[in-house]
Design a binder for this molecule. Structure first.
Ligand SMILES: [Zn+2]
Length: 156
């Protein structure tokens, strides 16, 4: 049985959700006195220092991470997108992920979790297999791994 749990409770860990912040729409009075709406600037948030900065200045890249699956595109499963304010901060975050073990069962568990928490309800092991692309032995190993590591974390 799949135990529900909050596995992502390590404060050192970078959060999964892509935070794309937008400034609130404001109006600016021009020199001629017209109040015109100003387009909100898309902002990014550094995964290390949490500073916000314009999206075009972001240093981004993918790192291997078995705890990360993409919400909709399974091609990105096992990869995490890092966003940083500068090359140095990108390197720090990247090196943290390099020190984290890549565990196949963890990736399968993340795929199962996505299947169980999105779309229509999954009722059988066969449905779960169809939804995740995993075979039954892999699903069983993933469930065992998930339940065993529910309250642990893999950071060195
Ligand atoms: Zn930074």
């Amino acid at each position: 049985m799949w135990k529900r749990g909050k596995r992502d409770d390590n404060p050192r860990r970078v959060r999964h959700t892509r935070r794309s912040t937008r400034t609130t729409r404001t109006t600016r009075t021009t020199r001629t006195g017209d109040a015109r709406p100003v387009e909100p600037l898309p902002l990014e948030l550094c995964d290390l220092c949490a500073v916000t900065f314009p999206r075009e200045e972001a240093v981004c890249g993918y790192v291997p991470d078995s705890s990360s699956v993409h919400r909709t595109n399974e091609w990105f499963d096992g990869l995490r997108l890092i966003t940083a304010c500068c090359e140095e901060h990108f390197a720090v975050v990247r090196d943290r992920y390099r020190g984290r073990p890549f565990v196949q069962e963890e990736l399968w568990a993340a795929k199962i979790d996505r299947a169980l928490t999105s779309g229509t309800a999954v009722l059988t092991l066969t449905q779960l297999g169809c939804r995740t692309g995993l075979h039954e032995p892999e699903i069983r190993r993933a469930i065992a791994w998930h339940n065993e590591h529910l309250h642990q974390d893999l950071w060195p």
